[in-house]
Design a protein around this ligand. Structure first.
Ligand code: MEV
Length: 314
């Protein structure tokens, strides 16, 4: 069976989550899958045709560093579950169903899929703690200071509220039902670096969790979560619009992301915002069903091929 890491959408709370505030986030129904093929030569390799990736673990590229970080965390790290024997001889063959570097959690999805594939090939249990330890080693290299939200969703999927202090808590109503949400996703095609954006917010806030923009983002996440539980999409949309403005103020939006959000609102969306680190990457919007196609068509004229993701209960 292929090893999977799910992609994700952050509905509310990105950046503030690095400073301990909550993030409302959901896994996509797609991500990265990997099959491990034993090989007698070539060491540990990774091939992902959709991303034009073909690397050896000791190459000098960001994907190769991700591969070696995950493998070393599992096979030569000091973690209690480290498997003795060093890096295995394997060809990892990946299939990516999300774009790379688009704010949809591709690096965490990749790291989790690699970790699962390596554990499967070694006949070891892929428990959440071991997967999180291995994938976080890679995310730390790529992002510097990851909150862990992307890795948590890549491992378990679902919809929930993530805090550094609690991890991911699945979102459920009092009657046990799980909310469901249709989200328009618009990958802008603008490349960006999560690490650079996290650093930008660190400079803008002096890394003070008490910064009022960070605390406002945390409050908006709480308000939006209550609105989602009540299925109050206009109220959820209002929190998204305000979150986008605060994220812009922190310097992580771009004219392209602002334009995509403005177009969605003009065409009747309840709310729209950047998702993930910003600086490029993707926007999300929620809209009445009968407005969705017009928004996707308008994004298309702006050279963005969007899609509808159903998150939560499907
Ligand atoms: C990236 O998907 C989300 C950020 O909040 C960084 C993080 O939480 O690690 C920008």
């Amino acid at each position: 069976m292929s090893a999977v890491g799910w992609g994700k959408l952050i509905l509310l709370g990105e950046h503030a989550v690095v400073y301990g505030y909550p993030a409302l986030a959901a896994a996509l129904d797609r991500g990265v899958t990997i099959d491990a093929v034993p090989t007698t030569k070539g060491g540990l390799r990774l091939v992902i045709p959709e991303w034009n990736v073909s690397v050896k673990a000791d190459d000098d590229s960001s994907v190769a560093r991700c591969l070696s970080a995950v493998a070393d965390a599992l096979f030569s790290g000091r973690h209690s579950s480290a498997i003795p024997g060093g890096r295995p001889q394997l060809s990892l063959v990946g299939d990516a169903q999300i774009p790379h570097g688009a704010g949809l959690g591709s690096s965490a999805a990749l790291a989790v899929a690699i970790a699962r594939a390596l554990l499967q090939a070694a006949n070891q249990p892929a428990d959440v703690a071991t997967l999180a330890h291995a994938a976080s080693a890679s995310e730390t290299i790529i992002h510097g200071k990851p909150s862990g939200v992307d890795v948590a969703l890549a491992i378990t999927g679902g919809l929930g509220v993530f805090r550094r202090s609690t991890g991911l808590i699945p979102l459920k109503r009092a009657d046990g039902s799980v909310p469901s949400l249709r989200v328009l996703v618009g990958p802008s095609g603008q490349p960006r670096s999560t690490g650079t954006m996290v650093q930008k917010v660190a400079e803008a806030t002096g890394e003070r969790p008490a910064d009022k923009r960070l605390s406002e983002l945390g409050g908006l996440c709480d308000t939006g979560t209550v609105a989602l539980l009540a299925n109050d999409l206009p109220a959820l949309g209002a929190t998204m619009n305000r979150a986008h403005a605060v994220l812009s103020d922190l310097g992580v939006s771009t004219p392209v992301l602002d334009g995509l959000c403005a177009k969605a609102i003009e065409l009747g969306a309840h709310g729209a915002k950047l998702t993930g680190a910003g600086g490029g990457g993707a926007v999300i919007a929620i809209a009445p069903r009968d407005k969705e196609q017009a928004i996707l068509a308008a994004w298309k004229t702006l050279a963005v091929t969007g899609f509808v993701a159903v998150v939560g209960a499907r």
